[in-house]
Design a protein around this ligand. Structure first.
Ligand code: PA5
Length: 474
């Protein structure tokens, strides 16, 4: 199982920048509060906006695995390319799973070497990015060998809608009106929304984003499971890991509950010690984009103007992603000597699998480099992680380590559920709604106005008035 080592968040290691161990010990107010998060879980899990907590468990899990697997089976052998269209919570999980659990070279491998089709996740409307993928796909089988998975819970999101309109038209042009639907799987709300209407009218195959599962909490639903399963990822093991972590995070004792501990440390260090920037720094390239997924989860869930009572509180912490050891040569100078306003989360991998044994050869013949001869790359990377941890402690910078025995589906599932539950618990501590995103709305409405959508003209006028040209340009 993955573990959370938080000794470096305590004052015995980082002085006044840490928390006293007694303040989080069993019986302390923080521990009693954390126990409150788990009270009545049997009744609240799977209810309202916490429905995502049921995703790893039957019956939801069985329904989703069955629906996903039967479409994957129907697609077998028919597609060389899978293009996911989505944004935010409808894309970041897909990207993170693929990058964590398939080789970085997945799309470069031959069909025999790959575990499924090439995967492209288009999560922006940059015309260059779209055109690059289109041109490449055209050179490797074309849209005739391509499946589109459009993911939008609301079906209203302008970026995803625009991409979908393009790919749908291209499919119709190349494959024909009748057959184009065989190249589309839509993941959307089971009953409502624009995308659902389109799917019903066109007869597209659909997967559901269940009620109460918001975008950034949806990676373990068909949103993330379909592209993962298409690309050979064992979604059963992923959900097993999430379920196992959920069990640990349901325990009343703070000392036995990793999500409650993570939330308690980060919220208290943020509020009581001014550590409002939260870095996640995996010492593993394949986990870097999981740190990107974490950024959305932590930022969009906890960054709130008002609390549950309606008081203006401007809560939230700034999540930052970094990569060890690469960013030791880019960010660690700041983390050690800049403002002491961060908690740095390090991720360590104990066993790098087949690559663990890769050695640095002997024979360079230079005295200064002889210490590297015969050493394993994995040992060098983990020594660098430990050295950074030491250096951070020396500078009294609070940090913690999430330790993976190895990177596989089970442990990635544990990691995802750990952070999702920690985010929900942090929301309870901050007394804010972790499941809405009201601040994202104004930008969406202004975009509608600027693009001429009926009913949104006032947002165009307001935008133009607020951003009227000035002379302050050089
Ligand atoms: O986390 C969220 O709720 C958002 O990031 C959404 O996932 C994102 O805005 C896309 O929304 P939709 O799936 O409705 O297109």
């Amino acid at each position: 199982m993955i573990t959370l080592d938080y000794a470096n968040c305590l004052d015995e290691r980082v002085g006044e920048h840490g928390l006293p161990a007694a303040s989080i010990a069993d019986g302390a107010p923080a521990a009693t509060a954390a126990a409150g998060f788990t009270t009545n879980l049997e009744k609240t899990r799977g209810v309202g906006w916490e429905r995502w907590r049921s995703l790893p468990f039957s019956p939801m899990r069985d329904d989703h695995v069955h629906a996903v697997s039967s479409i994957v089976e129907q697609c077998a052998g028919r597609f060389d390319n899978l293009i996911v269209l989505g944004i935010g919570g409808s894309a970041l999980g897909n990207i993170a799973l693929q990058s964590a659990l398939n080789p970085a070279t997945h799309n470069l491998l031959s069909a025999e070497q790959r575990r499924g089709p090439r995967l492209f996740v288009l999560d922006n409307v940059d015309p260059n990015a779209i055109s690059d993928v289109l041109q490449f796909v055209d050179s490797v089988g074309g849209l005739e060998r391509t499946l589109i998975n459009v993911i939008s819970k609301s079906g209203e999101t302008a970026e995803t809608a625009a991409q979908f309109m393009l790919f749908r038209q291209l499919l119709i042009d190349r494959i024909g009106r009748e057959k184009h639907a065989e190249h589309i799987v839509a993941t959307t709300d089971p009953a409502r929304g624009t995308m659902r209407q389109i799917c019903e009218a066109e007869g597209y195959v659909t997967l559901s984003v269940p009620d109460g599962v918001g975008g950034r909490f949806s990676v373990l639903s068909p949103v993330g499971l379909f592209s993962a399963a298409m690309c050979g990822i064992d979604i059963g093991a992923l959900l097993d890991g999430a379920a196992a972590m959920d069990e640990r995070c349901s325990r009343a004792a703070l000392s036995e509950n990793p999500a409650a501990m993570l939330a308690t440390l980060l919220v208290r260090l943020g509020r009581e010690r001014g550590k409002e920037n939260h870095v996640l720094m995996p010492y593993a390239n394949n986990l870097y984009l999981l740190a990107d997924w974490f950024r959305q989860l932590w930022a969009e869930s906890l960054g709130k103007r008002v609390n549950n009572a309606g008081d203006e509180v401007f809560e939230g912490f700034t999540p930052i992603k970094a990569l060890g050891a690469t960013d030791q040569h880019s960010q660690v100078q700041l983390y050690r000597e800049g403002p002491n306003d961060k908690v740095i989360g390090l991720i360590e991998i104990e066993d790098f699998g087949q690559a663990s044994a890769m050695e640095i050869p002997s024979g360079i013949g230079v005295e200064n480099l002889s210490y590297l001869e015969g050493a394993r790359f994995s040992s060098l990377l983990n020594a660098e992680k430990r050295a950074t941890e030491f250096a951070l402690v020396e500078s009294q910078r609070p940090n913690f380590t999430i330790r993976f025995p190895r990177v596989n589906e089970f442990h990635v599932g544990e990691f995802i559920q750990l952070w999702q539950i920690a985010t929900a618990y942090a929301g309870l501590m901050l007394e804010i709604d972790a499941f809405d995103q009201p601040a994202v709305e104004l930008g969406k409405q202004a975009t509608f106005g600027l693009m001429g959508r009926e009913g949104y003209a006032e947002f165009r006028e307001k935008t133009d008035a607020a951003l009227a040209p000035t002379n302050f340009v050089v």
